[in-house]
Design a protein around this ligand. Structure first.
Ligand code: UDP
Length: 322
């Protein structure tokens, strides 16, 4: 197959590109590099089945030749990023998804949309099944990402129903692993980078809010299975192992043993209090469940950041201040 990955220079897009190439297919990787980095795909230099196109998918996507599949992964995804890039985030979720769907229709290609657990907002149902409609503040600071992805899901389902486009939607829960940017701003990279630098770990609020962390290889495996399946409605992919942010801080502090302390900062507006995927659908339809536990996944992620540190590439990560 010849497959387009939008956001191919990003954390997930680059891992997905590696997987598609390993399956024997060809990939056109597209990215405008506003949050992605060529470092993530540098190892593909010289790979004849990979081609990189620098392009902003909010503008018309013009591709010659046959296309069998599209993975639409382009979007800022860290709260620090989408709060700094609110208009771009709304545009890539809306106009970018519209363009990707138009291309899928034109080429008769299957398209998989990267959606998010943020469509559930600050959830009032726990854990979150795909049938839950969510609790999102449309005009709050996080609304730019949440509503963009909710619109992206809506237009994807409309293209499926009204144009017969072959679509899939994955709702991605918190994911971590190598190739997260050290300055990404999300909790796993922040805590690891801060510990490695011997700086205090920044816990927002009282740290009682929870998240469920999925290692990147597990996530990519679930996405690849979904792409090949006949499942037309959204599927949660995430690891149901749920931890409070304070627990995560303690695990990372005891693994790295840097002797740093916890520094408390205010809880950001609309920060979800709990989050855990209900993965019964992924289990039954995709035969998928995560395999890498938090301890093992953190070890691999810490090794990645330690290597960056040895090359002098770690600096204090950004923290969210409303
Ligand atoms: N968080 C934190 N310190 C940080 C970064 C994040 O305490 O330096 C908290 C944040 O308030 C949230 C959780 O960690 O409750 C996960 O945040 P992240 O930005 O990783 O992703 P989210 O799940 O909120 O999209």
């Amino acid at each position: 197959m010849r497959i387009l990955v939008t956001g191919a220079a990003g954390f997930l897009g680059s891992h997905l590109t590696d997987r598609i190439l390993a399956e024997g297919h060809s990939v056109i990787g597209m990215d405008n590099l506003i949050t992605g980095s060529l470092d993530n795909i540098q190892h593909l230099d010289g790979e004849s089945r990979f081609e990189f196109v620098e392009h902003d998918v909010t503008r018309y996507i013009d591709l010659e030749g046959q296309l069998d599949g599209i993975f639409h992964f382009a979007s800022p995804a860290s709260p620090v990023d989408y709060l700094e890039l609110p208009i771009q985030t709304l545009k890539v979720g809306a106009l970018g998804t519209h363009n990707a769907l138009g291309l899928a229709k034109e080429k008769s290609a299957r398209i998989l949309l990267a959606s998010t657990s943020e469509v559930y907002g600050d959830p009032l149902v726990h854990p979150q099944p795909e049938s839950y409609w969510g609790n999102v503040n449309p005009i709050g600071p996080r609304g730019v990402y949440d509503e963009a992805k909710r619109f992206a899901e809506a237009i994807t389902m409309a293209y499926q129903r009204f144009h017969g486009v072959d679509t899939r939607i994955v709702r991605i829960f918190n994911t971590y692993g190598p190739r997260m940017r050290p300055n990404d701003g999300r909790v796993v990279s922040n805590f690891i980078v801060q510990s490695l630098l011997g700086e205090p770990i920044t816990v927002y609020g009282d740290g009682s809010q929870s998240r469920s962390f999925c290692f990147v290889s597990d996530l990519i495996d679930g996405i690849w299975r979904l792409f090949q399946s006949d499942q037309l409605t959204p599927v949660n992919i995430g690891n149901p192992g749920e931890y409070t942010i304070l627990q995560l801080a303690e695990i990372i502090l005891s693994t790295i043993e840097s002797g740093t302390e916890i520094r408390r900062l205010p809880l950001p507006t609309d920060d979800p209090k709990v989050r855990r995927p209900e993965i019964g659908l992924a289990r039954s339809v995709l035969g998928w469940e995560p395999k890498v536990d938090l301890e093992e996944g953190l070890e691999r992620t810490i090794a990645y950041f330690a290597e960056l540190q040895s090359r002098g590439l770690l600096a204090s990560p950004p923290v969210l201040t409303d």
